[in-house]
Write a protein that binds this ligand. Structure first.
Ligand code: PBG
Length: 304
């Protein structure tokens, strides 16, 4: 009766990884319960998640091949574009979010265009915008730019509007830290950078004021949602963004956060269900409206 923060199924977004082939379900070793799924299996998993009450998916792609200019990210028949269309069919009322980044599609694994060992911010914007438009064309309701290139939200908004996709929303990974908690994801998405790291474009975990600036910029460029990522180690940031901005706020409970709970639970050291619900509730309490989590289905089952 007096509970303040209420975690609900409606708040959850399930990430899915689309890969080539048919009837493929390849478990990610560092993320038990998470799979690389061929498009047909993505369609099936999305529909079953929707039936459990999870209203939204966010889609990532493992392309057939990778190259310097991330061609697979904006190909009309790219793996994510096909997955979007398949989910539209298998779960017509599901909200389809497409992660908009280049790192899964570039041969070097960086989130932007690379020349002479440098990630080029401005030259990446065009490809990122092109990726967003192709995802909208395929039927995405929301695009979620995660490359942390400066100006990406504005570039995407402009490109979407120019192509007749004024109604497609932008969920901006506004505050994204250069985090070791993404380790298992990079196995799942095969997107570890081949050289260097992402510290030139992702944020330093020690910075909170900079987070407000990042959020402010994306807000000004027309973001429809702001996101903070990772979630649990950055609850203070989540709370500050909540207090400063009136946009819907998302938090990404990332791969490493999921893997830690899984690993401890597998050893019988913690109670998985309780730790999971406590974690997700704390993210809600800190100020998130929307939580992206690999636990979306398990949580939805328990929240019935
Ligand atoms: C793409 C992207 C990443 C994640 C979401 N989008 C990886 C990264 O920045 O290296 C991480 C999600 C997770 O760890 O669950 N740029």
């Amino acid at each position: 009766m007096v509970r303040e923060a209420r975690l609900a199924r409606e708040n959850l977004v399930l990430p899915l990884f689309a890969c080539p082939g048919e009837r493929v379900r390849r478990e990610v070793s560092s993320m038990p319960g998470v799979f690389n799924l061929s498009v047909d299996e993505v369609a099936r998993d999305a529909a079953s998640a929707f039936d459990l009450g999870v209203p939204a998916v966010i889609l990532f792609g493992l392309p057939e091949s990778k190259d310097e200019t991330a061609t697979g990210a904006y190909a009309r028949d790219g793996v994510v574009q096909r997955a979007i269309r398949a989910v539209r069919k298998s779960a017509p009322d599901m909200i389809v979010i497409a992660d908009t980044c280049l790192c899964e599609y570039t041969s070097h694994g960086h989130c932007g265009v690379v020349r002479e060992g440098e990630v080029l911010n401005d030259e990446s914007l065009e490809l990122i915008a092109q990726t967003a438009v192709s995802q909208a064309e395929a039927g995405a309701d929301v695009v979620a730019p995660s490359a942390m290139m400066d100006g990406q939200v504005g570039a995407i908004r402009e490109a979407l509007d120019a192509s007749g996709f004024q109604h497609v929303a932008i969920m901006a990974y506004a505050v994204k830290y250069a985090s070791a908690f993404y380790g298992p994801f990079r196995e799942a998405a095969d997107s570890a950078p081949a050289f260097g790291d992402r510290r030139a474009y992702q944020m330093d975990s020690a910075n909170a004021r900079e987070a407000m600036r990042e959020a402010e910029i994306d807000y000004a460029e027309g973001a429809d949602f702001l996101m903070v990522k990772p979630a649990l180690p950055y609850l203070d940031i989540l709370r500050q963004v909540r207090e400063r901005f009136d946009l819907p706020l998302a938090a990404y409970h990332v791969s490493g956060e999921y893997a830690m709970i899984k690993a401890a639970a597998a050893r019988g050291w913690i109670d998985e269900q309780r730790v999971m619900l406590e974690t997700l509730t704390s993210i809600k309490r800190a100020g998130a409206d929307v939580i992206l989590t690999y636990y979306a289905r398990e949580a939805a089952r328990l929240l019935r």
